[in-house]
Design a protein around this ligand. Structure first.
Ligand SMILES: *Cc1c(COP(=O)(O)O)cnc(C)c1O
Length: 386
């Protein structure tokens, strides 16, 4: 099997030689019998290793070109487990336009353990250099594209710089998934995911994944994952694998729908700007097309008038007003009051998350139906503001 589409469709299907089950079973057991003293089947206690989770983890490590993967109970649990590598006095360089929950974890929790961060434009080596604290800075955390403003970082360039400085590079690959982008192939040491989003794909499973490159880092992460215990249960591991079998098809449809709708919005007289790297007008377009084989299904756009936001959110019908992204159902989010409320206004303004910005996670419905829904909501807003 050479192609990622085949690997995705076949996750777990060759793993049960006893029954030949095509869909790998859910092993709902926390304890495993030992044949005799000093012997193990390979499974002892489910926090350390559990069969259904193991099949998911091994498949995912291969999909991301890593050496090991660790399934966690959420994306935040995955990030917390990675952050447990650091200790008091350590400093991180972090993408400026960052997922709100990650910012909150660093500023309200990690800070109490003496770990600090500087928020920088990770695409500027000058800015990275200027914020580097020799001896204290331990890692760079990149989101690309960022959520919600879709800023693109040149992963290979930053990883090269980080390696020369002896820093670990962590990439949050939630928005593209290994189907479109594989950061470890570009030089990253660790990849993290909110698997809740595109990987699971159906707005019904909460999960996270960590992938590591190299034996030492993999052993360290195994220790942290088992010691902290924020692991994914067998039922959710199975649901995640089931979702991932259709990842290739879903990502292709998310991308084509999002591209069509972004182009439609760009031509609309009530919209001032669309932030989507697939558009040639996007500043990160060239880097994105070089380092990834496709585009995410989520983008943001700014309305000309902030007063249109409330009626638009009230009138969308097919598109749900809800926070999350990456599922088959389309969701609209208002970042300034929802996902990014925990980011101080000063930082939000600096990156451009303001009261005119909407984020659209485009689902796999027919693009025409989504455009019709947006169109009628826009016209209602126009009427109400007359
Ligand atoms: C949602 C999200 C997270 C957090 O993941 P959960 O599964 O909600 O805990 C982290 N990073 C990004 C980019 C996300 O979109």
């Amino acid at each position: 099997m050479k192609h990622i589409e085949s690997k995705l469709a076949q996750i777990g299907s060759l793993e049960d030689p006893v029954t030949g089950a095509v869909s790998y079973p859910i092993y709902q057991s926390t304890a495993f019998r030992h044949p005799k003293l000093g012997q193990s089947t390979g499974f002892d206690y489910a926090r350390t290793k559990s069969p259904t989770r193991k099949v998911l983890e091994e498949a995912f490590a291969e999909l991301e070109s890593g050496d090991a993967a660790f399934a966690c109970s959420s994306g935040m649990a995955a990030l917390q487990t990675v952050f447990a590598m650091f200790q008091s006095g350590d400093h991180l360089l972090v993408s400026l336009d960052l997922y709100g929950g990650t910012y909150r974890l660093i500023e309200q929790i990690m800070s109490r353990f003496g770990v600090t961060a500087s928020y920088v434009d990770t695409n500027s080596i000058d800015e990275l250099e200027a914020n580097l604290r020799p001896g204290s800075t331990k890692a760079v955390l990149i989101e690309t594209p960022t959520n919600p403003l879709m800023m693109i970082t040149d992963v290979e360039r930053v990883c090269g710089w980080a390696k020369r400085k002896g820093l670990t590079t962590v990439v949050d690959n939630t928005l593209l998934t290994p189907f479109f982008q594989r950061p470890i192939e570009l030089g990253a040491d660790i990849v993290v995911h909110s698997a809740t989003k595109y990987l699971a794909g159906h707005n019904d499973v909460l999960a996270g994944l960590i992938v590591t490159k190299g034996t030492e880092l993999s052993q360290r992460m195994f220790f942290l994952h088992n010691s902290i215990g924020a692991v994914l249960g067998p039922q959710d591991s199975w649901l995640l694998m089931r979702g991932m079998k259709t990842l290739a098809l879903r990502m292709e449809r998310h991308q084509s729908n999002a591209t069509r709708i972004a182009e439609w919005l760009q031509g609309h007289d009530m919209v001032s700007k669309v932030f989507y790297p697939a558009l040639s007008t996007h500043p990160g377009h060239d880097i994105q097309q070089r380092q990834s084989s496709g585009n995410t299904g989520i983008f943001s756009f700014k309305m000309k008038d902030a007063r249109t936001i409330e009626p638009i959110l009230r009138h969308i019908r097919l598109i749900a007003f809800a926070e999350s992204l990456g599922g088959v159902e389309s969701l609209m989010t208002y970042p300034a009051v929802q996902t990014h409320a925990d980011i101080p206004e000063e930082i939000r303004r600096k990156v451009g998350v303001d009261e005119r910005l909407l984020r659209f996670s485009v689902g796999i419905e027919h693009a025409d139906d989504l455009i019709d829904d947006l169109s009628q909501a826009f016209e209602h807003a126009r009427e109400e503001l007359k």
